[in-house]
Write a protein that binds this ligand. Sequence first.
Ligand code: NAI
Ligand code: A1CAB
Length: 264
Amino acid sequence: MKIAIIGAGNLGLSIANGILNSNGATTMYLTKRDTKSILDFEKHNKVTVTTDNRLAIQNSDILIFAVQPVHFAGILESVKDLLNENHVIISTITGFGIDKIEGVIGKDNYIIRSMPNTAISVGKSMTCICSNEKGKKRIDLAKAIFNRMGHSMEIPESQMQAATVICASGVAFWMRLIRATTQGAIQLGFDAQEAQELAMHTCNGAASLLIESGNHPEEEIDRVTTPMGCTITGLNEMEHQGLSSSLIRGIVASYDKITEFKTK
Ligand SMILES: NC(=O)C1=CN([C@@H]2O[C@H](COP(=O)(O)OP(=O)(O)OC[C@H]3O[C@@H](n4cnc5c(N)ncnc54)[C@H](O)[C@@H]3O)[C@@H](O)[C@H]2O)C=CC1
Ligand SMILES: O=C(O)[C@@H]1CCC=N1
């Protein structure tokens, strides 16, 4: 697979690392306006680092765009004459609909919209994908690419904005919960490193329980909450303080912010 990542920033480099770790490319081009900070990637024989998007596209089949929304249309405009039947265009751009992409390059390309997260670097991304009409023929290929680096789900494009919040921003939300748990553990006497170890492995275990059993979270909670015990006492106090409510409100505020990008 010949892959180009156009915009090797936070997400683009996470994808690059995920691809390298899973041996998912025969060649990989990484582009960025100033390449100084990513030249190290060329220690991998298969990687070329360049500022030249056109060169990257001419030498690749899978084109993953990971630039800021404001730059995307201009970049597409500058390379659209190079796009052909061999290319699968995968956009990770937030709030940039397929109609807008087709508005620049037309409908006659395989276009996939994807929403991965930074855990793709360690093969654990939850990635949602959808496509334009033509791209339906390449959706299985896109799924195969993302399944090598985590878990993928095909969704209607109308849910992409919500998927951005839950899956992409979601990494940051879970990090804050792990951080808060760590702070609690430090207050209870663990040193900072131990506290983080306890918090993150407990979080990993809780998610794995659900993934492997298919159970509802409340079923697992019921197994932990001894009547009159410390768990239900802690949980109820968290809810009195608005834990679920604040999470839901944060998720909705995040969703509304993407609507702002779209209508700007
Ligand atoms: N950071 C994340 O966790 C996620 C980000 N996204 C989306 O992915 C996109 C990228 O986000 P980040 O990686 O956070 O941004 P970023 O700012 O870290 O990366 C963007 C990169 O694009 C490069 N760039 C700008 N103009 C360019 C050009 N003309 N040619 C080639 N490269 C160019 C910049 O140098 C920068 O390295 C955004 O649209 C964002 O909404 C989606 C899911 C998760
Ligand atoms: O915060 C943002 O706007 C981007 C989209 C999802 C993750 N990062």
